[in-house]
Design a protein around this ligand. Structure first.
Ligand code: F0G
Length: 462
């Protein structure tokens, strides 16, 4: 039990660097030409041209020396690998699930699990579907429906599911058509906000009432547990590890990306206690991922996840993690950037509509902010608004995702300095227009090309 009155706040950093990777900041004219060559889409940039990469926290973090040592112990046997057994034991101990189906990453786990649980014409409820989750539900011919809290109901657990919305949806379509309810912890598409254990219990009870399978998307389960310890009174004296197990204990199954809270560079898995569901998931996994003791991964990757999962639920690691995100959030807020608060667990989300109130949503203010952050400071972020999700009614968010255990205070200060420069030029910044769209509209943001709207067009629009 950790009964510290400040609920786990770390006053000192819990790691030091042992290996470093050189990075460099291109001169501004070179950044400008890289941006033009990339068609104003930072997914098209070469990583060597990026100084600080906050595009994602997925697989981009720094592994511990224990994880690197685990790589050397990887058992590359096709069947019955020791590394798989290590992973299985970690999942049993840390997450409380007996059966594990390894996959190449989180979306592989979604394919495996939803492929056996969801059929055409059905509906799946989620606090908010992450984009790959939504795509996998849709690929089954089913309808993914989000039930986030309305902003007026804002609490310290803004990631919670709105159960009234969920009930209304079920009442409308009939519970026989809702085979699965999902909680995504933390809620990535809702600014990385945490989900309370009370809400988890309520959702579990509702799922049981309508006979639906209750799935937790556990990608950031350790970060979520840290927020529960800080803000949910019942858990003040529990350890993060105890909280994580308690929260996951309400689920029938989980999907996991090892690239997040298993602190690895690649990997994922689905896990469950029900043997029948396990057998069905294993069949599908064999088809799409590989034999069920490697799941599309090298043995060394399984081994690195096995170690990372245990590190993720230590309070030294995880409070350091969420506090560093809040540190970046505080620096950006003080620089004058409109940021979503309270800060989430893995990223800071800026609201581009508030910064560029003169740029209409059809001209992608979020994407423009992403471009300006790169142009001014070589900082790569990602747009999660009108450009990535056309037609969304959410603000044009720009996400600054922090890779785990990777950057230091000086890096964060560089991001804040960059934001200051971007803000000072905000009034004269114009929007963007798409010049090339690839085939699938849902994947537009990964490869589309854009260019700035001309000032002439801008003044006509005025
Ligand atoms: N679920 C959530 C909540 C996620 O954030 C992600 C990935 C996935 C599932 C899929 O996992 O990438 O291992 O296949 N999120 C990354 C991001 C890509 O940048 O937020 P994956």
């Amino acid at each position: 039990m950790n009964s510290s009155p400040d609920r786990g706040r770390q006053t000192v950093r819990s790691y030091k660097a042992k290996a470093v990777e050189p990075i460099s900041l291109l001169a501004k004219p070179d950044r400008e030409s890289a941006l033009e060559t990339a068609g104003y889409n930072v997914f098209n940039l070469q990583s060597k041209d990026v100084y600080m990469d906050l595009l994602t926290d997925s697989g981009t973090g720094t592994m511990s020396d224990r994880q690197w040592a685990a790589l050397q112990q990887g058992d590359e046997s096709y069947a019955g690998s020791r590394s798989f057994q290590r992973l299985q034991k970690s999942v049993q101990d840390v997450m409380g699930f007996e059966h594990v189906v390894p996959t190449h990453q989180g979306r592989g786990a979604e394919n495996v699990l939803y492929g056996v649980l969801v059929s055409e014409g059905e509906t799946v409820l989620n606090n908010t579907h992450f984009d790959t989750t939504r795509a996998h539900i849709a690929a089954q011919g089913a309808d993914p429906v989000d039930c986030p809290l309305t902003t007026s109901a804002s609490t310290r657990f803004n990631g919670d599911m709105d159960l009234d919305r969920a009930r209304n949806t079920v009442d409308k379509i009939g519970h026989e058509l809702v085979p699965v309810i999902v909680l995504t912890i933390t809620n990535n598409s809702m600014a990385g906000q945490p989900v309370s254990i009370q809400n988890t219990r309520d959702v579990a009870a509702f799922a049981a009432e309508i006979n639906a399978t209750f799935v937790i998307d556990a990608c950031r389960f350790a970060e979520n547990a840290a927020f529960v310890k800080r803000h949910e009174d019942e858990f003040t004296d529990a350890t993060v590890a105890e909280i994580a197990r308690e929260q996951l204990s309400y689920a029938d199954a989980i999907t996991m990306s090892g690239k997040k809270d298993a602190l690895a560079n690649i990997g994922g898995f689905a896990a469950m206690n029900d043997r029948t569901l396990f057998e069905r998931a294993k069949q599908r996994a064999t088809l799409y991922e590989g034999f069920p003791t490697y799941g599309g991964l090298a043995g060394r990757d399984l081994h690195a996840m096995a170690v990372g999962l245990r590190e993720a639920v230590t309070s030294e690691y995880v409070f350091d993690r969420i506090d560093q995100v809040a540190e970046l959030g505080g620096l950006l807020r003080n620089a004058g950037l409109p940021v979503y608060e309270p800060f989430g667990g893995h990223a800071v989300y800026a609201n581009a509509n508030e910064l560029y109130h003169h740029i209409p949503r059809s001209e992608f203010p979020g994407q423009r902010l992403v471009c300006e952050l790169y142009r001014e400071g070589g900082v790569r972020t990602v747009e999660l608004g009108q450009f990535a999700f056309p037609g969304t009614d959410r603000p044009d968010f720009v996400r600054f995702a922090l890779p785990r255990r990777t950057y230091f205070r000086e890096h964060l200060e560089h991001v804040a300095q960059t934001a200051r420069r971007v803000i000072s030029a905000a009034d004269s910044t114009v929007g963007l227009t798409v010049t090339e769209t690839p085939g699938m509209p849902e994947l537009r943001h990964f490869s589309a090309r854009l260019e700035p709207v001309s000032n002439a067009v801008e003044s006509t629009a005025d």
